[in-house]
Design a protein around this ligand. Structure first.
Ligand code: ADP
Length: 233
């Protein structure tokens, strides 16, 4: 394996530490993901998938253990450093697209650039257009979210997740809200972007058909990794 992009070691996560309702959710996770991997994360509801994704996404802090992102230990970083690292390194796709209704598709895709830099450069606009093209939506760049189907909205959200050229995209049930056909289509675009750009993906899904289209399947049960294996073609 190349130098890991993410390296979790003996990672534990508890909520409500020190309170009577303290609960440990992740019980010692060891996981490495290499640059450019395409990984499915599965497991029963409540097994800790979102918690793990939020920690990897620098949205939640681990309780004990280690998390190195591109070789850098993140456990001791302050919030400002985490925010910078998140913007530079990570992209997010959620089950609900969270597009801004008053903005066009193109404006939604350039939003992360606007938030990071306070402006959108010509290069970033070009990148946003290239990404809309990559998800089959070049012609919809000027449309508002309400004018697009659910699958198209989610494809805009994928373009938005990639506009800052992250090394890793984290997707929490990106097709969970879509019918089978739209889900397949969204997934096809994820795979194409992966092939063209070499971006790493970690995708939480409940759908075994979609997991079968990933390269590696990590299964979480009760806060522990129960299985971690390549997906057979
Ligand atoms: P999954 O994504 O696999 O369904 P989650 O990571 O959402 O699992 O949740 C795992 C467990 O952690 C659940 O029992 C959930 O109730 C608990 N949990 C999640 N977030 C919090 C929180 N902020 N405070 C307390 N408990 C939480």
């Amino acid at each position: 394996m190349a130098d890991p992009l993410i390296h979790l070691a003996a990672l534990r996560k508890s909520y409500n530490v020190g309170a009577p309702n303290e609960a440990e959710i992740l019980h010692g996770i060891d996981l490495q993901v290499a640059p450019g991997e395409f990984v499915a994360l599965m497991g029963p509801s409540g097994s800790g998938k979102s918690t793990l994704l939020n920690i990897v996404g620098l949205l939640e802090r681990l309780t004990t253990g280690s998390y190195r992102l591109q070789g850098r230990e993140v456990a001791g970083l302050d919030d400002a450093a985490l925010t910078l690292l998140r913007r530079r390194t990570l992209g997010f796709v959620f089950q609900f697209h969270h597009l801004l209704p008053a903005f066009t598709a193109l404006e939604n895709v350039t939003l992360p650039a606007l938030m990071a830099d306070g402006r959108v450069s010509a290069r970033q606009r070009e990148e946003a257009m290239a990404l809309l093209d990559a998800v089959g939506l070049a012609a919809a760049a000027g449309k508002k979210p309400a004018e697009l189907s659910g699958g198209m909205q989610q494809r805009v959200a994928i373009a938005r997740a990639l506009v800052m050229q992250p090394a890793l995209v984290l997707a929490d049930e990106p097709t969970g809200n879509l019918d089978t056909h739209s889900a397949d289509e969204v997934f096809t675009h994820l795979r194409r972007i992966h092939a063209e750009r070499g971006t790493a993906f970690v995708i939480v899904t409940h759908d075994p058909r979609l997991a079968a289209r990933c390269d590696r399947l990590v299964e979480l049960v009760d806060g522990l990794i129960a299985r971690d294996a390549p997906v057979k073609p």
